[in-house]
Design a protein. Structure first.
Length: 145
């Protein structure tokens, strides 16, 4: 069974059940933003607000077998179903164009820029021949827009 996720808020109750983590995450973020905007616009907090994105572990629900009952052609037999989901880690969100991506690379704290490896000297300095400041560069996590 593929994983499913549920998004819930105190205000709206069940917002949705999702097969796709990215969709669930988007719904969660939208709900968060909507609540934050509500607070900024109205200046009041709901102390009970509680927005949740959770992985579903088990689901137990009514299931229409589509088999007609003996006494009626329009009524069908119903049954129960239970789904169980493995507790594998949540997958990382899919990266889309425009998303911020974090990786490891060279960074010049003097110029406050990410420096491509071609512009770093053997002395780990921001290469002046490439328009750099000549300052020390660091190998660290950088963001690419
Ligand atoms: Zn620099």
């Amino acid at each position: 069974m593929d994983k499913q996720w549920v998004v819930f808020s105190h205000e709206e109750g069940l917002i949705g059940i999702f097969d796709n983590y990215d969709e669930a995450l988007k719904e969660y973020k939208d709900s968060k933003d909507a609540y934050e905007n509500y607070v900024y616009e109205n200046g009041e907090h709901d102390p009970n607000e509680d927005i949740i994105l959770a992985a579903i572990n088990k689901r137990f629900y009514s299931y229409d077998t589509k088999n007609p009952t003996e006494d009626s052609a329009t009524t069908t037999y119903w049954d129960f179903k239970e789904d169980c989901f493995s507790l594998n880690p949540i997958p990382l969100p899919t990266i889309k164009p425009g998303d911020k991506v974090y990786s490891v690379g060279w960074y010049c704290s003097i110029c406050n820029v990410n420096v491509s490896p071609q512009h770093v000297t053997y002395q780990e300095e921001h290469d002046v021949r490439a328009g750099g400041c000549g300052g020390h560069v660091e190998w660290m996590e950088v963001s690419h827009d």
